[in-house]
Write a protein that binds this ligand. Sequence first.
Ligand SMILES: Cc1cc2nc3c(=O)[nH]c(=O)nc-3n(C[C@H](O)[C@H](O)[C@H](O)COP(=O)(O)OP(=O)(O)OC[C@H]3O[C@@H](n4cnc5c(N)ncnc54)[C@H](O)[C@@H]3O)c2cc1C
Length: 338
Amino acid sequence: METVLVLLHGEADGTLSKAALEAVGAAASLGAPFTVGLIGSNLTPAANSMGTCGASRFLGVEGEEFGAPRYGSDAADGEALCREAGAALVVVPGTSRFHRVLAGVAHRLDGAVDTHIAALGVEGAITVTRWYYRQRIEATLTRSRRPWFLSLEPGAFAPWTGAPAEAPIDRVAVTLPEAARRTTVAGTVSPSSGRETIRPDAKLLLVAGAGWTKKQADGQTHVPEAEKIIWEFLKCTRASLGSSKSLVDLGGEGQAVLPFLSHLNQIGQTGSTPRHPKGLSTCCHGEEPHTVGWRFINERRAISLDPNCGWARGKADVLYVADAFKVMAKVNELLAVG
Ligand SMILES: Cc1cc2nc3c(=O)[nH]c(=O)nc-3n(C[C@H](O)[C@H](O)[C@H](O)COP(=O)(O)OP(=O)(O)OC[C@H]3O[C@@H](n4cnc5c(N)ncnc54)[C@H](O)[C@@H]3O)c2cc1C
């Protein structure tokens, strides 16, 4: 079996993200000895939290200047840890921080990278599975080039769980070149506060379609009421909010839409393909370019006035042919009581 390195970065508070623990779980499932390589400002809590994960060795590049994401330092740290571990396979969580530097690290080591890995296998050689063409084709592949960097799709692997234990870290010294120090991280600015609606770890995805903004049975639109109902539901359930393309596009045309929606909420062929155990679609027609984004939603329900909508044609497990304004108002009432 080849030498395996799980390359991780700690979070600002010294913990590990769920995606990091998924990478540990995936590496442990290969049944081969593996090394953990950590990058961050304070690594001891992170290493100790997975002290019984089965890693044969913990390596770390630690220090204030390695805490924040920055191309120059992250690339240098990744390279140093890979060289120290002599790894043939490098398993990393598919975080935005690693996606920025992985190609650079692989290039420095003359290796290869594959991203969005959804499964790992050992069939003589290591095989990886990933989706192509907006999740329409699933392929299993292997490569002979080493080191081989495998960036795992967050949410596709079971996170490692186990007891903490003291895990001594072998520190790896990295001297940053002057160019790497040119960038300093001043802080983080979030696009909005209090109205964040995209929650990748939520158990439920609520999708809002353009129907929420259309004229209703009384010949009027009811956008403020739609906003209130949807926001109330999100507040009670902590569900993640998705949208159809039509609804988010309306904003660009100057029409009234829900203020907490942006193109980032769009689900589908030209949007995202999130992973949630359950999904509830409301006021959305369920056309193929939209529902293709539901590929990884396990249990699907929809509320639409149209009994011939796409959801009725095998896209949903349950379709409620009903007025979503009324159904969701009642659901909110029940949630408030509960
Ligand atoms: C190349 C291409 C890529 C695309 N990519 C995407 C994509 O990534 N994501 C995406 O979403 N779309 C995508 N589309 C667009 C997609 O084909 C549909 O046009 C879009 O999903 C329709 O959005 P909608 O269902 O919200 O709106 P509509 O088609 O207008 O449907 C609104 C629905 O709301 C229902 N409704 C109205 N009032 C109520 C009520 N009170 N209660 C219950 N139901 C009600 C209506 O019956 C209707 O079914 C793409 C299209 C193309 C051509």
